[in-house]
Design a protein around this ligand. Sequence first.
Ligand code: F6P
Length: 366
Amino acid sequence: MTIKRIGILTAGGDCPGLNAVVRAVSKNALTHGIEVMGIRNGFDGLVRNDLFKITNETVSGILTLGGTILGTSNIANPFRYTLAPFGTPQEPKDLSGVVLHNFKENNLDALITIGGDGTLHMSQRFVELGLPIVAVPKTIDNDLSATDQTFGFDSALHIATEAIDRLHTTAQSHHRVMIVETMGRYAGWIALRAALAGGGDIVLIPEIPYNDDVIVEHILERKNRGKTFSIVVAAEGAQNEAGEQTIARTVEGSTDAIRLGGIAYKLSDRIEQRTGIESRACVLGHTQRGGTPTAFDRWLSTLYGAKALDMVLEEKFGFMASFKNFQMSEVKIAEAIANLKRVDPNGDEVKAALAIGMSFGSAKIG
Ligand code: F6P
């Protein structure tokens, strides 16, 4: 089969590096004489038939640009479509047939989907319906097991680390406890690595249930040693020993219906009450997904994008580009979505953190 025209979309939450992937895919395709159609706002563009032609000019100068020139959506799910005017949250519609129709109508020979867990699940369903898809893994959460690192994670990590650095000086001056909340969904990668890189005193991650008593004890023990401030890094998905997480809200129709968030505020109140030390919460939120990608993410995104187009040329449909042992490889999308990659409580990173005196707010590890 000769590939003449491909479509490319970015779906799910945005992150630094998306444009670098779009640029690498497009440059590689255009060099091979392949036409590239940008699909707007994830799979929504294939529902609404909203596509535009990408040229060398379109992708010129976007390597360093955050966000995505294609737009994205983490609520446009063609299998449970809730957006007006075609669907409503009360009556979600299956518009996968429309996507298949528009794919054909636009004479696309292949589709490159750039997204995280939710996008990969949708991509796999479309592969099963016959769409020739190659996927590229994106997420600041770094929670995909089939790849050593997703692009976007390094940039988020840098932002979180810089925030911890800045919070140190203000915590020190005011003799306060600062609770900094990171994103990451059900994985603690951003929180743990930022805590290690920024010198956090306590880190709470979803993989290790915390207990308030242990947190309070650690803060008071630091105070007794003359450390009048403490930095707590809390992943938004951290859970207590009863398995309770802090949910900000639920989003109907999304492949990721539960939005986590708010643990820092709740914890700050409890810590202040129990320690008598003034406490403040700082929720980093979407700052972790914004702005220019780090050098590492620009590099990784370029490798992912170039690889994805090579996979299209080799007709590796139903596969995802993967980064393993500092080499590009490929893995079935179905395999990539089978397991989430989470922090190993017995792994080296947790051991190192414990070895340097960091607390996980738990008496049950190490
Ligand atoms: O998956 C990326 C992510 O940023 C998570 O870390 C976070 O829980 C979620 O997306 C937030 O989603 P939204 O942009 O819909 O608030």
